[in-house]
Design a protein around this ligand. Sequence first.
Ligand SMILES: Cc1cc2nc3c(=O)[nH]c(=O)nc-3n(C[C@H](O)[C@H](O)[C@H](O)COP(=O)(O)OP(=O)(O)OC[C@H]3O[C@@H](n4cnc5c(N)ncnc54)[C@H](O)[C@@H]3O)c2cc1C
Ligand SMILES: *[C@@H]1O[C@H](CO)[C@@H](O)[C@H](O)[C@H]1NC(C)=O
Ligand SMILES: *[C@@H]1O[C@H](CO)[C@@H](O)[C@H](O)[C@H]1NC(C)=O
Ligand SMILES: *[C@@H]1O[C@H](CO)[C@@H](O)[C@H](O)[C@H]1NC(C)=O
Ligand SMILES: *[C@@H]1O[C@H](CO)[C@@H](O)[C@H](O)[C@H]1NC(C)=O
Length: 601
Amino acid sequence: MAAVIGALVPVIVKLSLLLLCLNINSSLIQARKWESWKDKYPFIKPSSSFSSSSPSNAWSSSGSNEAYDYDYIIVGGGTAGCPLAATLSQKFSVLLLERGGVPFDNANVTLMQNFHISLADTSPTSASQIFVSTDGVFNVRAKVLGGGTSINAGFYSRASESYIKKVGWDSKLVSESFPWIEKQIVHRPILAPWQKAVRDGLLEVGISPFNGFTYDHIYGTKSGGTIFDRFGRRKTAAELLTSGNPEKLHVLVHATVQKIEFDTSGKKPRAVAVVFEDEKGNQHKAFLSKTKGSEIIVSSGAIGSPQILLLSGIGPKAELEKLNISVVLDNKFVGKGMSDNPLNTIFVPTNRPVQQSLIQTVGITKMGVYIEASSGYGESEESIQCDHGIASAEIGQLSAIPPKQRTHEAIEAHKRNKKNVPREVFRGGFILEKIATPLSTGHLSLKSNKIDDSPSVTFNYFSHPRDLMQCVDGIRIVEKIVKSKHFTNFAQCDKETLDKLLNMSVQANINLIPKHTNDTESLEQFCKDTVITIWHYHGGCHVGKVVSPDYRVINVKRLRVIDGSTFTESPGTNPQATVMMMGRYIGVKILRERLGRAAGL
Ligand SMILES: Cc1cc2nc3c(=O)[nH]c(=O)nc-3n(C[C@H](O)[C@H](O)[C@H](O)COP(=O)(O)OP(=O)(O)OC[C@H]3O[C@@H](n4cnc5c(N)ncnc54)[C@H](O)[C@@H]3O)c2cc1C
Ligand SMILES: *[C@@H]1O[C@H](CO)[C@@H](O)[C@H](O)[C@H]1NC(C)=O
Ligand SMILES: *[C@@H]1O[C@H](CO)[C@@H](O)[C@H](O)[C@H]1NC(C)=O
Ligand SMILES: *[C@@H]1O[C@H](CO)[C@@H](O)[C@H](O)[C@H]1NC(C)=O
Ligand SMILES: *[C@@H]1O[C@H](CO)[C@@H](O)[C@H](O)[C@H]1NC(C)=O
């Protein structure tokens, strides 16, 4: 502790007028009724309106009494699923099935100030679903149209050129697909004071050059894009659906897909239908058109996609048989190679409130760690809510307690204890360090044969010594930033006050401060004890193991997986840009392959 306390010059942050403006504007927006979304998205319907035998009831536009067979059925209306559905609907009929509701009328989703509240929401209508990996780290997955983009921290930054090359994507089409997303939902951020201070600190400690504002992934320090506008209002992947063809696009919300069905009479199983449950608990079956080229595409995310394959009978035979799931295809790799990039943070308390910011600045180091920052919390004058945004204990980011001790009881105890903790302890911000490409991997397996039970997931954080070494390097960089002239200037307050605040934050079980940053062993322990997640988990349906390089499920006909579950490495500093791009990219590729020039793309 001494090392860091000594390093810190006390912190004073002016509550900027900008923040006041931001809050006023946000509440005006919040007060506005969200009636208009139905006009903008006439193709989004409740899943109970679905009727496969008489589609005219549900979709007056279809005008047919034949069973409606879709050219594409996409399972999961998330980060990849939405741009994919919009693109394919340009030429083909598409059914997009999303288990959650719409993001448009939910202030927990749409307002940046509610970021952490949304993640802590455990009500049945919540846009997020908490899961705890066997490592003990609390985590969350999206359950809402737009997927991760409806609950995430909004930072938008592309994958590197070398990543694109490695994955084997066509770089020309990639360079057309990123702007397709950016024009619709990405903004240039207004940098918050905390983000500027961290930017200047990064440059001072040598994470250079300064690359200014850019979407590109290049070594040095930069600010990236954001899906929040300047009023802190979120755009999501669901907005991309407006560039679909409303005549051919059907989106059902609260449609929980339980399994995919196959015709197993041929040499290879062929996907033919999906079974889903509507918001009233009734089951439906949607059929794929028999036309050559029709496909079911699973885009349910890194937890959801392997789970659906397993529930549909694609996975390790013995595991499926244990749960009485009839085996369609034995593939031992489904659910394997799960990774989550470990996140470790240092909380720097301040003696004045700081403006809320999620992620705007990033330091891309050559040491395999990325440095990011967040600030502010839910301490508004009207509410007694005291939280830590990205690292709120309420969402399980209890980094002051080693993972295995982070029980629901510990969270409840934290909430009770919070009432006695001085409010000052909630003021300040975090400097974050994320391992770029963890070598530690884990696995996912079903706990039951019910879709609503989150599978059991293990990430094995820091089981590989290289990851631990990189974390130690990262913490040392963070310490240098905290000590840097720019950061200490920003944080000017007397050392005594700061010591008191730091002590309080430690005693309130909010912060752990590395005791001796000179001592590698104790820093390694610090990394293990304080590990939390930045929610960039990926894997479970790796290319070459579960899917082919064009994302077709190996040895199965008419089935693809397109989302973060196919990644062996998380792209860019943060993945959402590349996941959305991938949805658009594959959509265009499919259209070109089926239609050639007639695709008009
Ligand atoms: C809290 C948080 C903060 C983050 N911050 C950032 C950030 O700032 N920047 C960044 O780049 N990335 C960030 N990420 C990561 C990024 O958002 C995700 O990596 C990305 O959204 C994953 O996309 P996906 O398409 O793989 O899955 P998702 O977007 O999760 O899509 C899967 C969809 O499938 C649906 N689904 C699942 N199962 C079923 C089923 N059985 N039936 C029907 N539908 C189903 C889900 O409800 C969901 O909508 C963050 C993530 C989280 C959770
Ligand atoms: C937002 O989250 C809070 C906290 O869990 C919850 O009480 C509230 O109902 C949610 N609001 C909406 C509109 O879903
Ligand atoms: C599987 O089926 C057997 C025999 O019908 C039954 O005894 C067992 O409980 C089932 N297991 C599960 C997990 O459903
Ligand atoms: C902070 O705590 C340490 C012991 O953990 C103590 O020595 C020091 O005096 C405390 N400082 C303040 C300002 O309270
Ligand atoms: C770091 O530790 C080494 C060996 O333990 C010691 O020689 C050195 O003086 C220490 N440096 C600082 C700055 O404390």
